[in-house]
Ligand binder design. Sequence first.
Ligand code: ZN
Length: 242
Amino acid sequence: MKEFIKWLLAIVIMLLLCAGFMYLFTYTRLRPGSSSAPSPTNPDGAELPRATGLAQCTAAPFVMPTAGWVGILYGDSILGTVNHSGLDIFGLEGNGVTAVYAAFDGYVTRLPEWTSAVIIRHPQDPLAPGRQIWTYYTHMGDSSGQSYVIDQIPPGTVELPVKQGTLLGYQGDYNGQSWRPIDTHLHFSIVLDDGKGRFLNETDIANTIDPSPYLGMRLSTSCADRPPLCRPDFACGPIASR
Ligand SMILES: [Zn+2]
């Protein structure tokens, strides 16, 4: 019996250590005030505390889809292995407050099972005409499952036309079935089409596009500005490419 309790304790401690490590590794470094955190700014480069929702860099086709601190960039490592397929923008205002907007004109779809996400189809990639792309927005809900997507985009919505800057919902901390708590933010990614009019699985970075040229900022982990700034030379050079 004693032996059993010893083993049980050892397992519980191991699990707690693992959970603690994963939590700290993923999010603590991104919180404001943490020493390694990039300082927040707005997309036009002024030393403002936050990126500004709807702000648009010169010559960039997309608007910034929400306000906040662009804490996790394209290609950043999550849990040491998974490369992040988009941008995580932390509003720092708590759940259900910070608005999320369509980055570009298109047609919004929300699958029946989506609590916190919507996806917008853009028939013409503004930077590569002739191909279709998608923009994906998620974490618009809270951990109890309450959705912050606006009522006009209920689950099951298919191909509702939206303009650039249309309100989609509000940032939250909904994370699906995962036990891992997350801070309130928007996850935003640009997703490739399968060539038959369907979006690919955006959790795989290979199915997504570097958002840098679409927002006019260096947002790829290989040569990112931290904090991001509007700049005409947003492209990463060959040395920095992954
Ligand atoms: Zn994310």
